[in-house]
Design a protein around this ligand. Structure first.
Ligand SMILES: [Zn+2]
Length: 294
């Protein structure tokens, strides 16, 4: 089977719409305003900003490296575990960045190699059921039904372990990439528990969790409780935002990580606009889950 290995193949699949065109014009105008209104002060603000890079296809590698270079000028890259520790212990004294990726595409390896060059440790959230899968038909169905994505190659366990040996962290994204908001408690227990056990067995003790699809409405208070009963070290969404020191110490089960989704095809000014916008809007509630927790 022909697996997708460039971002331009994905762009060819989706016709460039008028809506995207208008979005680009609007973002460029906002980026222009940013430059005149001191975007640097927002980017220099002490905070933890998690970036979520879904894929780094071979035609996106140069843009990834360029982005790292640009962001290194006013940010410090830290590991996922360190970032969680800084938030919980209110130790955010500088602008910190963390890189993570979901779904375990095989091109995560190239992303990791680029990060290795800059001494950056990332976190890769995987679905164990798809790791090592060779059946092309099953991969195609998984990509279409679970990811709404064309067929791509996934990591093998050997490669996952290689990522970990390089100093990156491996997190859980459930066993089968399911929508936890539509799942029974039994399904949630299985998806979280089995993925926790298999990753812990192969990749060490501290396992972070990121829920599939990433919007708050793809998760629930019931699922949040199960995540922390099982023993995960943190729980992440893919809602935009960043984190600042909370007025009081938080327990790990109170912290809801926000991550900014980034597509490397976007211009750097647009990415910086999203990041500065997070800094502008951040408040203490950004650290907490939006559900009524008890
Ligand atoms: Zn995902």
């Amino acid at each position: 089977m022909q697996y997708i290995d460039t971002y331009s193949q994905i762009k060819e699949g989706k016709r460039f719409s008028g809506r995207q065109y208008l979005r680009n014009i609007a973002l460029s105008a906002l980026a222009w305003v940013d430059q005149r209104s001191g975007i640097e002060s927002y980017l220099g603000m002490p905070r933890v900003q998690f970036l979520y890079v879904h894929h780094i296809f071979k035609d996106e590698e140069v843009a990834f490296e360029r982005l790292i270079n640009k962001l290194s000028k006013n940010h410090h890259f830290i590991s996922y575990s360190r970032a969680v520790e800084f938030i919980l212990n209110r130790k955010i004294d500088k602008p910190y960045l963390v890189i993570s990726s979901d779904d375990g595409f095989r091109n995560n390896l190239r992303a990791a190699e680029i990060m290795n060059k800059y001494g950056i440790s990332g976190c890769f959230f995987i679905n164990p059921s798809i790791i090592d899968l060779k059946d092309e038909g099953a991969i195609k169905i998984f990509c279409r039904q679970r990811l709404n994505f064309p067929p791509v190659e996934f990591l093998t366990w050997q490669e996952v372990e290689r990522l970990q040996k390089w100093g990156h962290e491996i997190g859980s994204h459930t066993m089968n990439h399911i929508n936890l908001a539509n799942s029974t408690e039994q399904e949630i227990q299985y998806e979280l528990g089995a993925s926790y056990n298999v990753i812990r067995q192969r990749c060490g003790d501290t396992i972070h969790f990121a829920f599939p699809y990433g919007r708050f409405f793809h998760f629930s208070e019931a699922a949040r409780k199960i995540v922390f009963e099982i023993g995960f070290a943190s729980c992440a969404s893919a809602e935009r935002g960043c984190h600042i020191n909370h007025p009081s110490f938080l327990s790990k089960s109170e912290l809801c990580i926000l991550r900014d989704h980034i597509v490397l095809d976007w211009s750097i000014d647009h990415i910086l606009h999203f990041m500065a916008n997070n800094s502008k809007k951040v408040n203490y509630n950004s650290n907490l889950f939006p559900y009524s927790t008890q």
